[in-house]
Design a protein around this ligand. Structure first.
Ligand code: SF4
Ligand code: FE
Length: 499
């Protein structure tokens, strides 16, 4: 990897350039030599692992849409580097239209998968770096932007998935990185040489990292002058020596091992989170995009976070569409769809969901051209978008649970439905409307269960709260972005108070 021409490296590794099909993407994962642990054991074949595979299928959907004529305009773009057609997940936004298309694409993928499809973190990291590496160079006379463009070309040419790694373990939250009892609680440089750097630390809850070809690392907080060792951004192959993945458990995950797919609710697709350990990982200089420039750590965090907060106005809305559709369907199956209170609840769910989308689109249409030429979202509106996402999906989930009824969490298993002894009783007594097969009712209830309390609730609810930063992070950004004094002047003027 060190010093190698990225194009040659890519051809050796991935065989050919160009847009990958979903099948080619899945096959490309088999070439990765990842060190993954789950339930205390090393996972040998992660691609076919029943707990992991649904998350791979979700990422594969990002490749599928790029080949679907119906979505080609949303899912592909023209590279500003090469003029070639690239997957939008590797594209650098060149206009406000690009920003809006991103949000619309994420909504489509949320609708198709009903979960987190994981590829947006890398897209947001690439776009953030395309802005901040340029700014570092302008101020510090460094050469990061050109390095970044070389790397971007590699990602675009070979249609790769990049995982974005931002969240450090942080240890004692009241202490700065250098004051922690263990200095590795924030990822840092432990060695610098002529060829590159050696890094040590960990990143927590890394969405889709195991399904990625590349990992892009960024700092997690604004840093101070004595914290240069933590001011780090770089990209490495996901199977670089020294990286260890420890798979994150998700609610009801072992249902995927039971041979009863109906009980999973959404058996084809899923999200993925893992802990990543960086056990003295070597990173060659041509893959380093920030090293010591502490003044820009906060800027990189904010730009990335704003892009990712915009993303949630797309993906979570698409998942919300699925849940609204499931709620309406179960209401029909149970014969209550025309009750006025049910209609009101469905309208309320739609209102909340569309409000989120409106925020995602608004921060895109109010975007602007940054110094590097990349289009950036309106930070205030992106943070408002994400702060709403920390609340509305919970209310949508509450309403869906209300409409579904208690059966959503009390149903016997698929194996009981298939049982020659008791299956007939469940078939008879779990019947809703006479013309709807009982199994359909069970299936839609399981999907709702998945999204409000099961596996899918990780992506739809907890990730809505904590993904792209917990609510307090958005509040801080909103306060910083807004001109409160101006608002006071408006008020004082009308009230006749001199300012
Ligand atoms: Fe993409 Fe949404 Fe998952 Fe983030 S939470 S990676 S934006 S699908
Ligand atoms: Fe996320």
């Amino acid at each position: 990897m060190s010093g190698e021409n990225l194009e040659e490296y890519g051809l050796k590794r991935w065989g050919k350039k160009g847009l990958k099909t979903p099948e080619e993407y899945i096959e490309s994962l088999r070439k990765l030599d990842l060190k993954i642990y789950m339930f205390g054991e090393r996972v040998k074949n992660f691609v076919d692992h029943p707990i992991i595979r649904p998350s791979i299928n979700s990422v594969a959907a990002t490749y599928e849409v790029a080949h679907d004529p119906l979505y080609a305009d949303l899912a592909t773009a023209t590279s500003h580097l090469t003029g070639n057609k690239v997957n939008r997940f590797t594209h650098i936004h060149q206009s406000v239209d690009d920003l809006a298309k991103k949000v619309k694409l994420l909504r489509v993928l949320g609708q198709k998968t009903g979960t987190c499809f994981q590829r947006c973190v890398g897209m947001d990291a690439l776009n953030a770096l395309s802005i901040v590496t340029y700014e570092i160079d302008q101020k510090m006379g460094t050469n990061y932007y050109q390095r970044f463009l070389n790397y971007l070309r590699y990602v675009q040419d070979f249609d790769l998935v990049c995982g974005g790694a931002m969240t450090d373990p942080k240890g004692d939250r009241s202490l700065r990185p250098t004051k922690q009892a263990d200095p590795d609680l924030y990822l840092r440089v432990v060695e610098m040489g002529d060829d590159g750097i050696v890094v040590r630390g960990a990143k927590m809850h890394q969405t889709g990292c195991i399904n990625s070809h590349e990992i892009i690392v960024m700092p997690t907080i604004t840093l101070r002058e004595d914290e240069g060792a933590y001011a780090l951004s770089f990209a490495i192959p996901s199977d670089a020596k020294g990286i260890i993945y420890i798979y994150g458990r998700q609610s009801c995950d072992t249902r995927k091992l039971e041979g009863a797919p109906m009980d999973v609710g959404n058996p084809t697709y899923g999200g993925q989170e893992a802990v990543m350990i960086f056990d003295d990982v070597f990173v060659p200089w041509d893959r380093v995009f920030m090293c010591g420039e502490w003044q820009f750590a906060g800027r990189l965090v904010e730009v990335f976070a704003s892009y990712h907060r915009q993303s949630y106005g797309g993906c979570k809305v698409g998942v919300g569409d699925v849940l609204i559709g499931a709620a309406q369907t179960i209401a029909e199956y149970q014969g209550v769809a025309n009750a006025s209170h049910i209609r009101e609840k469905i309208v309320e769910m739609i209102h909340l969901n569309e409000t989120l989308h409106a925020c995602g689109l608004a921060c895109s249409y109010e975007g602007y051209k940054a110094a590097s030429g990349t289009y950036m979202v309106n930070e205030l509106l992106a943070n408002v978008c994400k702060l709403n996402v920390t609340r509305y999906p919970y209310e949508i989930a509450r309403l869906a649970t209300d409409i579904a009824g208690g059966l959503v969490v009390t149903m016997p298993s698929e194996k009981d439905f298939r049982s020659p002894e008791v299956g007939k009783y469940l078939e008879k007594y779990l019947k809703g409307k006479a013309d709807v097969p009982t199994e359909y009712r069970v299936r839609i209830l399981r999907l709702i269960e998945n999204m409000v309390i099961g596996l899918g609730a990780v992506s739809y609810l907890v990730e809505s709260l904590h993904g792209a930063g917990s609510p307090q992070a958005q509040r801080i950004m909103i306060r910083r972005q807004v001109n409160l004094e101006e608002k006071q002047r408006f008020a004082k003027k009308l009230a006749g108070i001199p300012s």
